[in-house]
Design a protein around this ligand. Structure first.
Ligand code: 6Z5
Length: 257
């Protein structure tokens, strides 16, 4: 559209920077996420709009995102800080999150699952190499682009670890490693790996490995580490899940060697 037409248009879409703000694509405790389009190039981005007077402080998230440059992690392009609002301009993953994708299309075939899980592992491994623990890995935080490539999102709960031990309980219960709520300190990267195991189970079955009617029941199941893999999951894939979702990885390794 020539810009003289835009100037006389009665509809004025809000602009920020060189972007036109479009519809809301998500909402969280921090505020809203909106789709935005670059006025000249037409490139679409996702903008996290954070209210400065709210409880969410994006400092850690911004600091972490600035250190990350990986094809399977959502990129942070620009931060615009104003009196009342902070705008985080990020990569837009147009196919939404993995949780909703699985709800809509059901479980994936193992060929697709392998491709996706490989990308996810690559992203998390990259973070761990930089001493960054995501701490909230779940299917909802795995975003997908137009080609169904993984774009890991939501580093709001992330943390860097010093000396490998973590103390605070973070994350979503169905994805939480037993040691996170059992012991007073746990291995940060290990807790992320457990969550990856839950996500792999979810990708190939469309369900969670641990389910119960209430939180107490769920805790109990996770602490026992007992889960069933359906008949249609291949022997090889079963083996991978079983090797990830182990209660005592240290002793497991000893008995294997
Ligand atoms: C998208 C497209 C539906 C849902 C998400 C973000 C900025 C918004 C949501 C989010 C979610 C982001 C990038 N791309 N959502 C983003 N795409 C999308 C259709 N969100 C960033 C990283 O914060 C939000 C919705 C799960 C995780 C993160 O449903």
């Amino acid at each position: 559209m020539p810009h003289d037409l835009a100037a006389i248009s009665p509809v004025r879409e809000p602009r920020i920077g060189h972007y036109q703000l479009l519809q809301t694509i998500g909402e969280g405790t921090y505020g809203v996420v909106k789709l935005a389009r670059h006025i000249i190039t037409g490139v679409e981005v996702a903008v996290k709009v954070i209210d400065r007077r709210g409880a969410y402080r994006p400092r850690r998230e911004v600091k972490t995102m600035k250190r990350l440059n990986h094809p399977n992690i959502v990129k942070l392009y620009q931060v615009i800080d104003t009196e009342y609002t902070i705008f985080l301009f990020m990569e837009h993953a147009s196919r939404g999150n993995l949780f909703r994708y699985l709800r809509r299309f059901g479980r994936m075939n193992e060929h697709e699952a392998q491709r996706m899980f490989r990308q996810l592992i690559s992203a998390v491994h990259y973070c761990h190499q930089k001493d960054i623990i995501h701490r909230d890995l779940k299917a909802e935080n795995v975003l997908l682009d137009a080609e169904l490539n993984v774009k890991l999102a939501d580093f709001g709960l992330s943390s860097t670890y010093v000396g490998r031990k973590m103390y605070t309980v973070r994350g979503s219960l169905p994805y939480l490693a037993p040691e996170v709520f059992l012991s007073e300190c746990y291995d940060g990267p290990g807790a992320d790996v457990w969550s990856l195991g839950v996500i792999l189970y979810e990708i190939v079955t469309g369900k969670w490995p641990f389910m119960a009617v209430d939180e107490t029941g769920l805790w109990r199941k996770i602490m026992r580490g007992e889960f069933q893999l359906p008949y249609f999951v291949s022997f090889l894939c079963k083996n991978v899940v079983k090797k990830i979702l182990v209660l005592t990885p240290e002793s497991e390794q000893l008995s294997n060697s």
